[in-house]
Design a protein around this ligand. Structure first.
Ligand SMILES: [Zn+2]
Length: 176
């Protein structure tokens, strides 16, 4: 490793330790030329295997770029995109595989994107799953509607506890 201070072509490792639960190795290095010390970090590359068989390193930037297109005109911030890309990376890395097929990366995007913005999700899913008919859209929208209804129903049940409190309040006012 080249010294960042004097550009000397070699350096000596003086200490190595694991970080991030063994995901990273940090090495403390010393330059034999200028004597300065610096740290390097070594991390296993997570490779994405494309359909063509070509592999490329996993990139959060690429994830965010892909999703950004689907989010055009939607109220989705850059921070939200970065967070989504981080969630996708965490999900993909948690599988512990060194290589992951690109379609599984796409699958890992769908869940967080659906939570972020359903319209962007529909756009992304339509490309990713190659929707080719209105029926495909209809089915997906129906699933989203069912989920929204289920969420609403759950919320109403939650609201039910408020109506339970009313008689209590009435009872309390009666005893006063
Ligand atoms: Zn140096």
């Amino acid at each position: 490793m080249r010294c960042p201070y004097c550009r000397h072509a070699d350096s000596r490792v003086v200490d190595s330790r694991e970080a991030d639960d063994g995901q990273l190795i940090r090495r403390r290095r010393s330059c034999p030329e200028c004597g300065k010390r610096f740290t390097t970090v070594e991390e296993a590359v997570l490779a994405v295997v494309k359909r063509s068989g070509v592999t490329e390193p996993f990139s959060r930037t690429k994830i965010a770029n892909g999703v950004r297109k689907a989010c055009q005109g939607r109220p989705v911030t850059e921070d939200a995109l970065a967070l989504l890309a981080q969630r996708v990376e965490d999900a993909v890395r948690s599988r512990g595989a060194a290589e992951i097929p690109s379609n599984e990366v796409g699958l890992a995007i769908l869940g967080p994107l659906r939570e972020l913005d359903v319209v962007a999700y529909l756009r992304f899913a339509s490309v990713y799953r190659s929707f080719d008919s209105l029926g495909d859209f209809e089915r997906e929208i129906e699933t989203l509607r069912d989920e929204a209804l289920a969420r609403e129903a759950a919320r109403e049940q939650g609201g039910g506890t408020a109506t339970v409190e009313e008689p209590e309040a009435a009872a309390a006012s009666r005893t006063v």
